[in-house]
Design a binder for this molecule. Structure first.
Ligand code: UDX
Length: 444
């Protein structure tokens, strides 16, 4: 693509880095800037500051097309499309903090020969506000729909690409469409406000699906039904679809909690009470705590009991612990007087800072040694491959609470465990609880 102006990327966090690396992979020159000089230095040495499958290979393979800088001026002078990927974390009120976006806008000229392309998730109305302050700045909304752990693949094989622009930025929207067209996803051309809303509405809907199936799971426990069967039967209806119907200990991560509360706040700020989202958030908070009741059912008081958390990241294949269910769970368990241990295949470093008082183990075996119960919080594949038979003898008490319905209950019970899932028929746990080596019998 020589001869064309490079693509600019502003903010090289997780979204920005994946975006920059994937554009380079598609053959474009990319100039990416970040205010963090240490990050820029390591990226120029081709070291990725995040754990994301495939990113190291992309940086390596496309090194010649990727430039990282701390100078906004370099980006402004050379790029025509400036993809804004700075973060928009939630404030105490639940609104999105737009200060980093505003800092970027303040450095762009109102009459520059470039367009600002918003990839950061911002509330609907942000584009209009930016254009009010900088009426000459061409502005396009092009939200990202990447999932951590599969972000590179998601970027290169999108379901759809949403491009929202008003009439004066049509030229930029056309250029963005031309860049994305080879990837094959459906291109949705629309106005700025609708593009912003598509992103928030999509994430809020997915979060709603999760809270819905979690509530179904809780009812399943009462009526002796199995939520995995229910989800299978529901998901075969094409109008519902099978994805995002996995019951568990709630959703986490950098997007769902933030975007759901941003949409709720956005509605509230304009005088509309979004009742459904209020419930979605509350159900998710309660779901993280349900494990406590399951442990108490078998162990009685948790005072002095050792509970091992398997998996600390908000989902597998990432070291991201933002809004992870493990954070709430560990704090609640400590509040109940339990001694908490944790193990995660990659999130050990962030966990050290975020989980004070939690003993971090170097392996699942170490975490489970002498423990009164194991709680599977994140479904890392290595947990399915553990030698549960031998672990049964290492633990003080053979109890597994599977917060993701990830392990094979039959295998666990055959290995001598009491097994509790989320929304599984009571038979599973009752059968185990009446076994001779019940928790009460062998608990310390
Ligand atoms: C999400 C969106 O999927 C993505 O489109 C958006 O751009 C960013 O937010 P991500 O945060 O990476 O991506 O995670 P995702 O894989 O969607 O999972 C989010 C959370 O929901 C995780 O904590 C996961 O464990 C939980 N989840 C997901 C469930 O509890 N049940 C499910 O069925 C699916």
């Amino acid at each position: 693509m020589s001869g064309e102006r490079p693509i600019g990327v502003i903010g090289v966090g997780w979204v920005g880095l994946v975006t920059a690396a994937c554009f380079a992979e598609m053959g474009h020159e990319v100039i990416a800037m970040d205010i963090d000089a240490d990050k820029v230095r390591s990226l120029n040495q081709r070291e990725a500051p995040i754990h994301e499958p495939g990113i190291d290979e992309l940086l390596e393979r496309n090194a010649a097309r990727l430039t990282f800088t701390t100078e906004m001026e370099h980006v402004r002078e050379s790029a025509r499309l400036l993809f804004c990927c700075v973060d928009t974390p939630p404030t105490y009120s639940g609104d999105a903090d737009l200060s980093r976006v505003q800092a970027v806008v303040s450095q762009l000229a109102d009459d520059g020969d470039y367009a600002l392309v918003m990839k950061s998730t911002v509330p609907s109305g942000t584009g209009r506000a930016i254009r009010r302050d900088a009426p000459g700045l061409a502005y396009v909304s092009c939200p990202e729909f990447l999932k951590e752990g599969t972000a590179v693949d998601d970027f290169l094989h999108p379901d759809r690409v949403v491009i929202g622009a008003d009439a004066d930025a049509e030229w930029a929207a056309d250029e963005i469409e031309a860049i994305y067209r080879p990837l094959g996803g459906e291109i949705v051309r629309t106005d700025v406000a609708s593009a912003e809303m598509i992103k928030l509405a999509a994430n809020a809907f997915l979060a709603t699906k999760i809270s819905f199936i979690n509530e179904i799971a809780n009812v399943c426990e009462e009526v002796g039904a199995d939520v995995t069967e229910v989800a299978r039967g529901m998901g075969l209806d094409k109008r519902i679809g099978p994805s995002f119907l996995r019951a568990g200990v709630g959703y986490g991560g950098s997007c769902f909690p933030k975007d759901v509360s941003a949409l709720k706040q956005l509605a509230g700020n304009s005088g509309y009470h979004f009742q459904l989202l209020t419930a979605v958030i509350e159900v998710n908070e309660l779901q993280k705590r349900r494990v406590i009741g399951k442990l108490q059912k078998h162990l009685g008081s948790l005072v002095g009991k050792t509970i091992a958390l398997l998996g600390l990241a908000f989902k597998p294949d990432t070291d991201d612990m933002r809004e992870a269910s493990s954070l709430v769970l560990a704090a609640r368990l400590q509040g109940e007087g339990a001694e908490v241990r944790g193990y995660d295949p990659v999130a050990g470093d962030p966990a050290r800072e975020l989980l004070p008082g939690v003993g971090l183990a170097g392996s699942a075996e170490e975490a489970l040694d002498g423990a009164d119960a194991a709680v599977l919080v994140t479904e890392w594949s290595e947990f399915a491959e553990l030698d549960w038979k031998s672990l049964r003898d290492r633990m003080a008490n053979p109890l597994v609470v599977d917060g993701r319905n990830f392990l094979d209950p039959r295998r666990l019970r055959d290995a001598g465990f009491q097994y509790e899932g989320i929304g599984l028929a009571n038979g599973d746990s009752d059968e185990a609880a009446s076994a001779p080596e019940s928790a009460q019998a062998s608990s310390r």
